[in-house]
Design a protein around this ligand. Structure first.
Ligand code: GLC
Length: 717
């Protein structure tokens, strides 16, 4: 529909109809099977809100949505279509690895393809918007939502966030509106505790946590979602400075700002609004266009406009943005755009999921044991060997029945192996904490089985968190494996050293007690629908692992938050002189994580050479190098380019990722890698919060991990 017709429509709408566009209701008011991802209060919305609400979340299904949409439009005075939204976070029916795992592929093009598949499956079942990508930089694995993010690096979150938006908002009618979230800084919650306060400097907020949003905004996402917390004690859902002045005026976002579930109403709980009326005023003045499931807009906006406390122009502005979003999705021409157009879980979707899962797995350790030979006697042990639980708490439309178990895959591939679950995923006590049903477990006398293990046997242990142990409202104070699994592993480790451990988890865990007694460790994250086959093919060498960590694996929980970009300090610890007590370190653990950002092993070897770094007259930095496969099997390496700002007026990170490129090479093959970086990308805020983007002295380094450089140069730009 042409814009002037939209303006005409807006001018004809009643105040209630316009306010309706600013309210998002849970699908529970339209469908008894709607998925709930938040708390629904006792207070029913006013009847006219249900008739005029602009969007619904949590409903899916071709027939169901066709029915709801048809009835809704029929009764609406201007027959404006609803937009159906939901959390399609890492796939709709075909489930890809969690975003934290996808980031470890260092392969944005593939991440974008996966998002495009997710959009096709979602829109085919009536969804036309997803609350994804989540690009909250996260350095603290105690926070359960790290699994939804692209890890600890701002640049990585920005690149992957942009790639996902491009994938979701594909041009065809099978695209869905994307939503960058949670603006901004949610990953820095104090002590990793969910929904906690965030205390970071304005400089850190802008340089590390807002940066990914500035990068991903270039993909023109339809929406940005506000986070629950406050920045500098002003909650974001009522924060005019951040939403109008920073996000819209400075960064140029002209799409729809949607609150998080109930976050406008929570301005009252946070003590900055006396009541819902004031909360509605603050959010409307801040320019929040859609109130997701709080009582504020639905009960107060009409009165506030009528008594002149809020100009109707605010309502017009927000309602019009929602109409534009629906128009961009083609909903006025076809309210059922994309419906029924894509099958789910097709061979192609599964193949792409297998590819991305394979590239997301990170080989952390390999003492000459992997790949295994299919003919050797191998025991696959652990609760994940016969489990379909490879999805996550944020694959709300994923189908466990579509997941093959590792046991299924081994049988299908006719690989000789014994499969012994050996213990439960969680103990009864842990099930209570994580609010899950205890699984039945009547493994007969696995002690007898343990006694059959000899020192020559090889055991692949597949262990990890339960799906419920990561995601929203899943913060943990300890990062250890579930206790039953840890004890099970210890019993095996007493009998053989030939242990390969595969870890299934939504966050980095404290792997020390596992890693030191395993000859190989594979981090598989929550691998998704094709997880079993991807893991088996890596273990037996059909796939050469190429993942690199997008987040540090801490030495222990006492070390978090930890990241490769930690800010420089004085009293620098020199590992060559441990006798110097007066240095920045722990007395009982190392400063470095167990496994660092950017690290990942392969079944082959690579070499990076011919590194050249130049500051060009075009105010760009040009980096050139060559990467070769010096081993015997094909594989992919990730060339990583970092920089350190030397002699700045404020203390800055030890190093920062500024480019990366994944390169696939046959044995003996060599390829050139070139990066061209605008000097603006090295900019930072000086002591007066003024942007510095010239006269910078930089140390540019090239490596294949944040802790392993192949060469570096100091330049001035
Ligand atoms: C939740 C989450 C948010 C999600 C929304 C809708 O509370 O914080 O990420 O998109 O509600 O489910």
């Amino acid at each position: 529909m042409e814009i002037y017709k939209l303006q005409q429509l807006l001018s004809e709408m009643s105040l209630q109809e316009k306010i309706g566009q600013m309210v998002q209701l849970t699908g529970a008011y339209f469908d008894k099977d709607a998925v709930l991802t938040g708390v629904v209060g006792e207070q029913l919305p006013p009847e006219w809100i249900i008739r005029y609400a602009g969007s619904v979340l949590g409903v899916i299904g071709k027939e169901k949505i066709y029915d709801i949409q048809s009835k809704y439009m029929e009764q609406h005075p201007h027959h404006i279509p609803l937009i159906f939204m939901a959390d399609v976070i890492h796939g709709c029916r075909t489930i890809f690895p969690i975003p934290l795992g996808q980031a470890c592929s260092f392969h944005p093009e593939l991440v974008s393809e996966a998002a495009s598949i997710a959009a096709s499956e979602a829109s085919s079942e009536g969804l036309k918007a997803t609350f994804s990508p989540m690009i909250d930089v996260s350095r603290d694995p105690r926070w359960g939502r790290m699994m939804e993010s692209f890890g600890e690096d701002p640049y990585m979150n920005g690149i992957m966030g942009k790639a996902m938006v491009d994938g979701y908002q594909q041009k065809s009618d099978q695209g869905v509106a994307a939503c960058l979230k949670h603006f901004a800084g949610y990953g820095a919650v104090n002590a990793g505790r969910e929904y906690n306060d965030v205390e970071i400097s304005q400089r850190t907020f802008l340089e590390q946590y807002v940066k990914p949003f500035c990068m991903a905004l270039k993909a023109k996402p339809a929406m940005v979602m506000t986070a629950f917390h406050a920045i500098d004690r002003k909650p974001i859902s009522g924060n005019k400075k951040l939403l109008r002045e920073l996000l819209r005026d400075k960064e140029g976002f002209d799409g729809t700002v949607i609150s998080d579930w109930g976050s406008i109403g929570q301005l009252v709980e946070q003590g900055v609004a006396a009541d819902m009326e004031e909360a509605a005023v603050q959010a409307a003045e801040a320019g929040v266009d859609i109130d997701m499931m709080s009582p504020a807009y639905m009960f107060w906006l009409e009165k506030l406009v009528e008594n002149g406390k809020i100009p109707e122009s605010f309502i017009d502005e927000s309602a019009f943005r929602v109409l534009i979003m629906k128009n961009q999705l083609g909903l006025f021409e076809n309210p059922f755009a994309g419906l029924g157009k894509s099958e789910k879980l097709t061979p192609y979707h599964r193949a792409k999921a297998y590819e991305l899962t394979s590239e997301s797995c990170v080989l952390l350790k390999n003492e000459k044991i992997l790949p295994l030979c299919q003919k050797q006697r191998v025991i696959w042990a652990g609760p994940y060997v016969t489990s379909k639980e490879f999805l996550s708490r944020w694959s709300i439309f994923g189908e466990h029945e579509a997941v093959e178990t590792i046991e299924d895959i081994l049988q299908k591939k006719q690989i000789k192996a014994e499969c012994i679950p050996g213990c439960r995923m969680l103990s009864d006590e842990e099930c209570k904490i994580w609010q899950v049903e205890p699984e039945r477990f009547d493994e007969p006398g696995n002690e007898r089985w343990l006694e059959t293990i000899t020192g020559d046997d090889t055991v692949v242990c597949v262990l990890g968190e339960h799906e419920s142990q990561s995601g929203e409202a899943a913060s943990r104070a300890f990062l250890t494996l579930p206790e039953e699994q840890q004890l099970f592993f210890e019993r095996i480790a007493k009998r053989t050293r030939n242990i390969v451990t595969v870890v299934i988890t939504g966050r980095p865990l404290d792997l020390r007690r596992i890693s030191e007694k395993s000859r190989a460790v594979i981090m598989a994250w929550r691998p998704g629908t094709m997880g079993a086959e991807a893991v088996v093919d890596i273990v037996y060498g059909r796939t050469n692992p190429s993942g690199k960590l997008a987040v540090s694996i801490p030495w222990c929980v006492g070390q978090v938050p930890v990241s490769y970009w930690d800010i420089k300090t004085g009293h620098i610890y020199d590992a060559d002189h441990p006798e110097n007590r007066f240095s920045s370190r722990y007395m009982d653990i190392p400063n470095t994580p167990l496994y660092p950002f950017g690290f990942g092993l392969s079944y082959t070897e690579f070499n990076i050479s011919d590194i050249e770094v130049q500051a060009g007259p075009d105010k760009r930095v040009h980096v050139h190098c060559k990467v070769s496969n010096t081993g015997k099997v094909a594989g992919a390496e990730v060339v990583q380019c970092y920089y350190e700002t030397l002699c700045s007026s404020v203390v800055r990170p030890r190093k920062e990722l500024v480019r990366f490129q994944r390169v696939f090479l046959e044995p003996g093959e060599k390829k050139t890698v070139d990066f061209s970086i605008d000097r603006e990308e090295f900019s930072y805020y000086d002591e007066n919060m003024e942007i510095v983007c010239s006269q910078m002295k930089l140390r540019i380094s090239i490596g294949n991990s944040s802790d392993h450089e192949w060469g570096n140069s100091v330049i001035f730009v």
